[in-house]
Design a protein around this ligand. Sequence first.
Ligand code: SAM
Length: 280
Amino acid sequence: MGAIDSLPPLREVIRAHDLRARKSLGQNFLLDLNLTAKIARQAGDLAACDVLEIGPGPGGLTRGLLAEGARHVLAIEKDARCAPALAEIAAAYPGRLTVLEGDALHIDPAAHLTPPIRVAANLPYNVGTELLVRWLTPPDWPPFWQSLTLMFQREVAERIVAQPGSKAYGRLAILAQWRAEARIVMQLPPEAFSPPPKVSSSVVHLTALPEPRFPADAAVLSRVVAAAFNQRRKMLRASLKGIAPDIEDRLTAAGLAPTDRAEQISLEGFCALARAVAQP
Ligand code: SAM
């Protein structure tokens, strides 16, 4: 299969603009446009959506998103060296790509986007996790986004979709699954990237639910879950001692055993506990 657009191959773009990958920016580029188109397809129907892309780099995924029909892509990139390559893409798709230069952790994209909004990104993993947590914990629900399609190192992806009773189960699983549906939709070996990272990667697709799966106050749930998993090997009556002086009664009221450990508690159980803790 040929390239998905009339632009030069990514290897050429990288050579022409001297975009040698920088470790400090977590740069591992995707150069196979068939692969980036496949990732873009995982983001769902883009035709009626604005897409927020964080960290476009030389634009492999950006080209995939545009070729798959995204109404408009807003791309936020920290590395100014990528601007000329991204400008070429903007010229090939008139009026459909806006690039903002800066740190995605300090830019509020909402003013530049029109709903419905989907998010797609292949980001450095530390930035990706921080943004994911922010996107999952907005002041109001539903959030500004309809879906998130994000690349993570496999171990982080497994934490997002983890179920009770597994080592990977923790705060990230609860946060992600309380108000979203989270699935691993693709696995990528290190060789898919240039340069190859040390670990395998997975694409996770999250869809925002209109309502949380179980009622709970977000701040209380977050506090309870953080305390429970901070000392995940301890029994809940010990790990949650600081949450309420009568925590044993509240655990019982929530239908949980004070001797249970965090790893055994379902999302529903944590939500029941957050409600019991919030009682006067
Ligand atoms: N999306 C491109 C691809 O798939 O080939 C690049 C992926 S590379 C793993 C991560 C990109 O995120 C790099 O282009 C890097 O410069 C950019 N980046 C890193 N930190 C960022 C931040 N805080 N805000 C915006 N972009 C960032």
